[in-house]
Design a binder for this molecule. Structure first.
Ligand SMILES: [Zn+2]
Length: 150
């Protein structure tokens, strides 16, 4: 049996940049949509999983990214300096950004492409729900969509 959740609880707006990319090396943002499909067995309550509980749990993960600047901590093209109050990012293209610490999410990723973000969301959700096969569909724009499944 499969079940799918999507909607307002699973949307977020974030800023990011992609190094060594003509257009996307500049700081810019997207309104992301996340859709999560789980596959598994129906339980003793005749459900795969409670829709409300699952939406709330996934929403908590997704909304942490809302109105934040996403910085890929494992990107060797970025020199990232973190202090208590600031994150300073020096890019290989000579761009220099200084952000309030609380506005930034440092991700254990090489890039904040929608592909790697979808894989990252998959790992976060899988940690909480290891019993299911999980598929993440993530849209950076309505016409730019990726799907990641294990
Ligand atoms: Zn982008």
């Amino acid at each position: 049996m499969k079940l799918k959740i999507s909607g307002d609880k699973l949307t977020f707006a974030s800023a990011h940049m992609l190094t060594r990319h003509d257009k996307c090396a500049r700081l810019h943002g997207h309104n992301y949509d996340v859709e999560v499909e789980v596959e598994g067995k129906i339980d003793e309550n005749n459900m795969l999983i409670d829709f409300g509980i699952f939406k709330t749990a996934v929403g908590k993960i997704v909304k942490k990214f809302d109105h934040r600047i996403l910085i890929p901590d494992f990107n060797k093209d970025l020199k990232i300096t973190t202090t208590d109050k600031q994150v300073i990012v020096d890019t290989c293209e000579g761009r220099y950004y200084r952000f309030p610490r609380e506005d930034v999410i440092l991700l254990p990723l090489k890039a904040t492409t929608v592909e790697l973000l979808a894989k990252y969301f998959h790992s976060l959700i899988k940690k909480q729900y290891p019993q299911f096969k999980i598929t993440i569909t993530m849209a950076e724009t309505p016409t730019s969509v990726v799907t990641y499944t294990e």
